[in-house]
Design a protein around this ligand. Structure first.
Ligand code: FES
Length: 154
């Protein structure tokens, strides 16, 4: 039976009709709202490519059912920049070469934004690596990623 949810995405309120309670937030973002910056890697909670902020906390969108999100607020990579002005974490990833092919980068950046806003990172590279360990990079750009998170946290 069709139903609808109210979901604010990147500051934009949406009323979204759903006819399948199994639709994930990831598929909703990419296929219904055409926000394809959030990537689908494993689709089973193992790679972090789909990381977004839900009410300010980082989550895997592939593991989150859209039907459970009525009244929630989601921020995706498309919602970070302020017009032409990049978010400080985006700027730090560029400055520190925190990417190679770029596929995992939106998830890496959203994860970094989440952990920095929770005040968890500090100055310890080992702690940053641990906090970012849910985000895999097949190119192995981890050194630049860690550096970017440290720089953005200053
Ligand atoms: Fe969600 Fe890999 S696509 S964790």
């Amino acid at each position: 039976m069709p139903f609808s949810i109210s979901l604010t995405v990147n500051g934009q309120p949406n009323s979204i009709a759903l006819d399948d309670p199994r639709v994930t937030l990831l598929d909703l973002l990419r296929e219904r709202l055409h926000l394809t910056g959030t990537k689908k890697g494993c689709d089973r909670g193992q790679c972090g490519a789909c990381t977004v902020l839900l009410d300010g906390r980082r989550i895997n969108a592939c593991l989150t059912l859209a039907a459970s999100l009525d009244g929630s607020t989601v921020t995706t990579i498309e919602g970070l920049a302020d017009g032409p002005e990049l978010h400080p974490v985006q700027a730090a990833f560029i400055a520190c070469d925190g990417l190679q092919c770029g596929y995992c980068t939106p998830g890496q950046i959203m994860s970094a934004v989440g952990l920095l806003s929770e005040g968890h990172a500090g100055d310890d590279p080992e702690r940053v690596r641990e906090l970012m360990s849910g985000n895999l990079c097949r190119c192995g750009a981890y050194q630049g990623i860690t550096q970017a998170v440290l720089e953005a946290g200053h």
